[in-house]
Design a protein. Structure first.
Length: 363
């Protein structure tokens, strides 16, 4: 498998090792250092995606590394430029990704592929008329599909592809690498992979007791609460108001301050209990942190009570995902966001009653 092009993803390598080399799933898993069930899921997933024209062509072309049968060779030679994919380098794929994926991020933009077309084209609807805005080699488009950067949205004589979430993350990583390379900062690859999971936004925050505000840059994808705050109700209003988000952030800041001190490891599970909060007392020395912050966290959790206090503690302080919190607390699926909104509303009223509309100062 080492002679495959560098850009070929792991799941495709595992699939080809099983189907072309005849290796058992357990053998592939041992070689890859992962569970056999993981390899099985990858193989099944690619089998179901063989109806995708680009993925099917890519896998058929990659089979040339394994001395395919005459029947397979006939299929390969029927495709346009069969060896283009095998000679494609990672640098070229990433260079084209910067150009093509960026165009696919535009509204109403799709990647169109047809058996009669030697290349793939990016089309965008303008006044009801599709207009060509970019062209890419068919082999590059196959690599995009195999890496799950694009997915087929409609099959037929002319298949149409749209950019995926993984494609958007890959584009963010590549653009971040370019930006850091221009500034000459160290370890651009490490920072770029971190950057692809960030989504920057701005908000107004209160900077003093007089109510003065300032604009602050922050990461929208930092916590489940901030991700939920970007959603909209049916009427277009935000699912979480700014006051609710500010209340959740204040609780997290107090929680972090309460954990400060010489102890480097903490048993945070002592905060969580389904029926009682007595394990976390305002006068205790748990964590050796700020006494005022501990008092504020204790007051907030006591105000919310069991259930509501647990969900804000898990999602706002531990940064635990909603699905994980629902599963651990035994709630039904998709109920966590409603409970979290109720809890943040109560928490916001609690802080307003104590500190006023400005929210007071942290510390």
């Amino acid at each position: 498998m080492t002679d495959l092009p560098e850009w070929v993803p792991h799941h495709a390598r595992h699939y080809l090792a099983h189907t072309e080399l005849g290796l058992s799933i357990r053998s592939v898993a041992r070689e890859a250092g992962c569970a056999a069930s993981t390899v099985l899921r990858q193989i099944r997933k690619l089998e179901t995606e063989r109806d995708d024209p680009l993925i099917d062509e890519a896998l058929d072309t990659l089979r040339q590394h394994f001395a395919p049968s005459p029947e397979a060779q006939d299929v390969i030679h029927m495709s346009a430029h069969p060896r283009t994919l095998l000679k494609t380098e990672t640098a070229k794929i990433e260079r084209e990704a910067r150009r093509i994926l960026r165009r696919l991020c535009e509204s109403d933009a799709v990647l169109a592929v047809s058996p009669e077309m030697e290349k793939a084209v990016v089309l965008r609807m303008t006044d009801g008329v599709p207009r060509r805005i970019a062209v890419v080699e068919r082999g590059i488009a196959q690599a995009f599909a195999l890496q799950d950067w694009v997915k087929c949205k409609s099959a037929g004589k002319v298949a149409q592809y749209e950019i995926t979430h993984a494609g958007r993350l890959a584009l963010k990583r590549l653009l971040s690498e370019d930006a850091r390379r221009k500034t000459g900062l160290d370890s651009p690859e490490v920072a770029a992979f971190a950057e692809q999971h960030r989504e920057w936004g701005t908000k107004q925050v209160v900077t003093g007791e007089t109510g003065e505000t300032a604009r602050m840059r922050y990461n929208l994808a930092e916590s489940p609460m901030l991700s939920l705050a970007r959603r909209r109700d049916k009427d277009g209003s935000p699912f979480l108001t700014d006051d609710m988000v500010s209340a959740g952030e204040r609780l997290r800041e107090d929680f972090e301050l309460a954990q400060m001190g010489p102890r480097t490891t903490q048993n945070w599970e002592k905060f969580l209990t389904s029926t009682d909060r007595t394990s976390f007392q305002p006068g205790s020395d748990h964590g050796g942190g700020s006494m005022n912050a501990k008092d504020r966290v204790h007051q907030a959790l006591a105000e919310l009570g069991p259930g509501l206090g647990d969900v804000v503690l898990r999602c706002c302080c531990y940064l635990e995902g909603l699905e994980t919190a629902e599963r651990r607390m035994g709630w039904s699926a998709r109920s966590g966001k409603i409970v979290l909104r109720i809890a943040l509303q109560r928490l916001s009223e609690h802080y307003k009653r104590i500190h006023g509309s400005g929210g007071g100062l942290i510390g």
